[in-house]
Ligand binder design. Structure first.
Ligand code: 5AD
Ligand code: SF4
Length: 458
């Protein structure tokens, strides 16, 4: 272990970035860096950025401004604070970042995190380092695994990246440009990572990827394995109680994966399956490669396999050319599916994507009005779904202490947070809970009292 230094990492955007941030911290731990929650105390700040919408990218620059002031304050005390920008803004803007924000010392793209120790050592006082190449080596082989202590501190649920990048090229999306083409990790490497997490106390794993159900990593037989087979293998690991995966594309929801929802008890009855729009015209303009009817058909087959499946989605309003009739089709799809929740966004033109150059961009006022109406519809369905859980009895995986003494927070199979009065010793275990109260997006419950065992034998 080298001299002790403090690291502050802030993640923006999706769960892939949360996972990457943890792996960066794991890679820097042997260099003597321990994480701090206070940026002002840090020797190294890493901003792990998101480029998906303009607002997300702008947030990064205002955060860099805040870090620059901390850097100046540290310098006044004779301390050096290094500022690194990682993630998708780093990948997309590279050199531009140090031009626009000279306080930044290091820009590192999402494929190069294993090189961080070397890059940090090179980042001299006046020297700016920009490393956004896509190297041919597999970064996952070189990123350090978390220690058992680090895993325990992160809790009983964990993300594991199984694929990165995307080949779909939806016309609004920067992912294929920032994260590159689709690539999947080999099955046995994923299993080894999951085993280590489970040994350290993790009970629920979410497999993540930008287009996770396009997974086709090399299997133990040397052939590409689909996600369904990977899930089947992981479900056999003793101690792993729950599996989820996200984010999926409707086109890659094949029969074997649908059947896994019926056959694997560890696979939770919850699925994030973004549709983006309910209008065929807009779906075509978005290059989504599926129609409204295709989506409804996939959902019907999923619900046939797992009738209680809770579905969530992402929506974009105000894509170029979207008319009132197109938007009405989106609202009617929301009603037809009955989502348990969803994210919705105003279309944000991203430079370099085909959508940004399309004619008939929708004006801001119409976008805002549509977003407002869509969010109200989604909230209504979410409330209906949550109300349908009232009085139900569900297994809850307890994750951490709640806000009040004596209270724990856990998750239902449908990913809803549930607050329950329960002893701390239940953290990391699954117990049956009756839902006693439902507020807008929280559930409250009570432990089901098991009847006392009467005598021996079953
Ligand atoms: N504008 C608005 N929303 C976008 N998303 C992706 N790109 C854009 C964009 N240019 C949304 C999609 C996607 C989610 C992660 O972000 O709904 O599913
Ligand atoms: Fe982006 Fe998802 Fe479309 Fe891929 S499938 S281009 S990640 S929105």
């Amino acid at each position: 272990m080298k001299g002790s230094r403090k690291l502050y990492i802030k993640s923006f955007g999706c769960q892939m970035n949360v996972y990457d941030s943890q792996r960066m911290a794991d890679t820097l731990a042997p260099e003597g860096y321990s994480e701090t929650a206070a940026a002002a105390d840090a020797d190294l700040v890493i901003l792990n950025t998101c480029h998906i919408r303009e607002k997300a990218a702008e947030k990064v620059y205002s955060e860099i401004g805040r870090m620059r002031r901390l850097k100046e304050a540290a310098a006044a005390e004779g301390r050096r604070l290094l500022i690194a920008v990682a993630g998708c803004v780093a990948q997309a803007e590279g050199e531009e970042i140090v031009k626009r924000a000279p306080a930044v010392d290091l820009v590192v793209g999402s494929q190069n995190y294993h090189r961080l120790p070397e890059l940090i050592a090179r980042a001299g006082r006046d020297r700016k380092i920009v490393d956004t190449e896509f190297p041919p080596d597999d970064k996952f082989d070189r990123l350090a695994a978390p220690s058992a202590a680090a895993t325990r501190a992160r809790g009983v649920t964990a993300f594991v990246t199984v694929q990165e990048g995307c080949d779909k090229f939806c016309t609004f999306c920067v992912v294929p440009y920032t994260r590159g083409t689709e690539s999947s990790r080999p099955v046995l490497k994923i299993r080894a990572e999951v085993e280590r997490l489970v040994d350290a106390g993790v009970r629920e794993i979410t497999l993540i990827g930008q287009n996770v159900n396009a997974y086709h990593g090399e299997g133990p037989d040397g052939r590409p394995w689909p996600l369904a087979r990977l899930l089947g293998l992981l479900a056999k690991l003793p101690g792993l109680e729950r599996l989820r995966y996200t984010t999926s594309h409707p086109r890659d929801m094949h029969d074997e994966l649908i059947a896994a929802h019926r056959d694997l008890p560890q696979l939770m009855p919850q699925l994030h399956l973004p549709v983006q729009s309910g209008s065929d015209r807009i779906l075509a303009a978005m290059n989504r490669r599926h129609t409204r009817a295709d989506y409804l058909d996939v959902v019907a087959r999923l619900r046939n396999a797992r009738p209680d499946l809770a579905l969530t989605s992402d929506f974009i309003v105000g894509f170029p050319g979207e008319t009132d009739a197109d938007f009405a089709a989106t609202l009617s799809l929301v009603d037809a599916i009955g989502y348990a929740g969803a994210f919705s966004f105003k279309y944000s033109p991203r430079p370099g994507t085909p959508g940004a150059d399309m004619d008939d961009q929708v004006d801001e006022t119409a976008k805002s009005a549509r977003l407002h109406r869509l969010q109200a519809a989604i909230d209504r369905h979410q409330a209906t779904f949550n109300r349908s859980c009232l009085g139900g009895k569900f297994p809850v995986l307890f994750e951490r202490r709640g806000r009040y003494d004596g209270q724990l927070v856990g998750r239902s199979p449908y990913l809803q947070p549930v607050q329950v009065e329960a002893p701390v010793s239940l953290i990391g275990t699954i117990a049956a809970v009756t839902i006693t109260e439902v507020s807008s997006n929280s559930l409250f419950g009570a432990l089901v009292q098991e009847p006392a065992l009467a005598g021996a034998g079953a």
